[in-house]
Design a protein around this ligand. Structure first.
Ligand code: ZN
Length: 193
């Protein structure tokens, strides 16, 4: 079965979350005898930053070296992942669990989880539900690439070259995985200068 389109899924997802957040704001205002506009405005938006869309193997390796990704098997490389960012009164929210009030966070998380389910989207671990490890990343099922995939091999090669030959800092968490560790050990035997 063909995968649904990630842009369609992310757009529908964002609309559903925003509808729920608008309803939450109206309810909260009613309880406080206020107008909705007097309360914080929570909104999500599909990110248009290039790095949150499709990535080439080298770009993926750069994300790992930067310490903002921990995998060469990323769904971004098969163009099956998007980021949907949350803002509060127009300001990007870094960590919803810390930067929102308890009520706001609950409303946001509930809306997020429901919209994930409704649109068949998974978190960065390819699992159900909101996960703040990489909060705004959403992907389609079966989108992660196997190590044998040519793009993953290229990403590993780029990473190895950057960290072994160009003096870039290793990503310790990334190298913890036993398959990756073995791949890098083998690469070093063959390629280290
Ligand atoms: Zn991502």
């Amino acid at each position: 079965m063909a995968l649904p389109n990630i842009d369609d899924a992310a757009t529908k997802f964002a609309k559903q979350v925003n509808d729920a957040l608008t309803a939450f704001r109206a309810d909260a205002a009613k309880k406080d005898n206020k107008k909705p506009e007097e309360l914080a405005d929570l909104k999500v938006k599909v990110s248009t930053l290039a790095v949150t869309k499709v990535r080439k193997p080298k770009e993926q390796a750069e994300q790992i070296v930067k310490g903002v990704s921990w995998t060469c098997s990323s769904a971004h490389m098969s163009d099956n992942a998007r980021h949907v960012d949350l803002s509060k009164d127009g300001k990007y929210v870094v960590a919803p669990s810390k930067d929102l009030s308890a009520d706001e966070f609950k409303a946001f998380k509930d809306a997020w989880n429901a919209a994930m389910k409704a649109n068949g989207l998974l978190n960065y671990k390819a699992k159900d539900g909101y996960d703040e490890g990489d909060a705004y990343h959403l992907e389609l099922p079966d989108a992660k690439l196997p190590v044998s995939d040519k793009r993953v091999q290229e990403c590993l090669t780029e990473y190895a070259d950057m960290t072994r030959n160009d003096g870039k800092k290793k990503n310790v968490a990334f190298e913890k995985d036993s398959t990756i560790k073995k791949w890098l050990d083998d690469w070093e035997k063959k390629n280290s200068k």
